[in-house]
Every structure is written in structure tokens, then in C-alpha cells.
Write a new protein. Structure first.
Length: 206
């Protein structure tokens, strides 16, 4: 190849590399494209309510208020997004998705979230003598890197009763937390349907 032709080819190659570098530098750090962003549940994928349909809210940055007491500290260092759902009655649900830097970090976060919710009944008993709390472990689900399902029942001294189901699942670098809650006791919790919802939520992450 003539010297002038080789020089011209080298110049073109350098220009292409610089252009590619400029494009990468212009993209915000940690930017997520629409195709790679983890998807959220739709209203129709939640446990069916016997007398009311579900309504899905917008996907929002942050952590829902309902997660703050049991899970807030475990989520402080992460950027997260969530969607809230409601019925016309007292039943509500929430899903939160967190994408972290590596699968190891995601595994550690999932472990911490499971531990935090498992210990939440004890925290409630210590911090609020007027409220009794009972925890139940509903086991794991064989979906992607796994999911665990929990239950928490609270009763106040003035008679208010609430039941919550919460699951933590993981797919690669993404952790999802799904919660269902309403007034009632453990017998009122749709555990089987909630496990199906959790499996769907984890499968939608990729």
C-alpha cells in the first residue's frame, strides 16, 4: 500500500475511534435504554381481587412509603423505581426494581432485603408495644436467580389488623420487591396467587 494511502487509512481510523469515544462520553453514566430497563407488572398480573379490579399507577423514582419502615435502610444506597397499584377497596400492592453494578451486589442486596423483612416483626414489637406482629416464611420460588416469599400480620391494641405478603426476587443485576397488603389476617392472604405474581415479576426483569 502506498505511504499516502496508508496515512489516509490511519487518519480515517483515528477519526472513527474519536467519534465513537465522543458518543460514549455523551451518554450519562449508568444510562439504561428502554430495551434493557426491567419491566414492571401490569394490573392484570396481580392476585385477583374478589370484588374490585386493580389500577396501576405510573412508574416513579424512589422507594414507596410502605417500604420505608421494614426495608428503607437496606435501600438507602440505591437508585430505584417503583409502581403502586390499588383497588377500589382496602387492598394495595407495590413493585420496586433496583439495578445494581454486578450480580454479586444484586445477590447481596437481595439477601439483605430478605433479612430486613424477616426481622421486621421483631422491630415492630420493640418499637411499638401497642402493636403485635407475626412473621411467616412462605419459602422460595425456582425462577431465574430465585425469589423468596414472606408474610407479616400486625394487630394493634385498638383492633386494627393488616396482612402483608412481600417477595424479593433477582435476575442477574436486577432485584425486584413485590408487596401485597390489605386489612385482615393470614387466612385472607392469597399466597398461591401472590407466588404466581412474583414469578411473573422476576421473569419480566430481563
Amino acid at each position: 500500500m502506498p505511504k499516502r494511502t496508508r496515512a489516509g487509512a490511519l487518519t480515517a481510523l483515528v477519526a472513527a475511534v474519536l467519534a465513537a469515544g465522543t458518543a460514549l462520553a455523551a451518554a450519562p453514566a449508568g444510562a439504561t435504554t428502554k430495551t434493557s430497563a426491567p419491566k414492571f407488572l401490569s394490573a392484570s398480573q396481580l392476585p385477583p381481587h374478589p370484588s374490585s379490579s386493580w389500577t396501576a399507577g405510573k412508574v416513579t423514582d424512589g422507594v414507596p412509603d410502605e417500604f420505608q419502615y421494614c426495608l428503607g435502610e437496606a435501600l438507602l444506597a440505591y437508585d430505584s423505581r417503583y409502581r403502586a397499584f390499588h383497588t377500589d377497596l382496602d387492598t394495595g400492592a407495590r413493585q420496586l426494581n433496583v439495578v445494581v453494578g454486578s450480580t454479586a451486589k444484586a445477590k447481596a442486596l437481595a439477601t439483605r432485603l430478605n433479612k430486613a423483612f424477616r426481622n421486621c416483626a421483631t422491630r415492630i414489637a420493640v418499637s411499638d408495644p401497642e402493636t403485635k406482629a407475626e412473621y411467616r416464611n412462605y419459602g422460595t420460588l425456582p425462577v431465574e436467580e430465585g425469589a423468596r416469599v414472606h408474610g407479616l400480620h400486625t394487630v394493634t391494641s385498638w383492633g386494627a389488623m393488616d396482612i402483608r405478603l412481600l417477595s424479593v426476587g433477582r435476575d442477574g443485576r436486577t432485584v425486584t420487591v413485590v408487596e401485597w397488603s390489605q386489612m385482615g389476617a393470614f387466612k385472607d392472604a392469597p399466597v398461591k396467587a401472590f407466588k404466581k405474581t412474583t414469578t411473573t415479576a422476576v421473569n419480566k426483569l430481563h
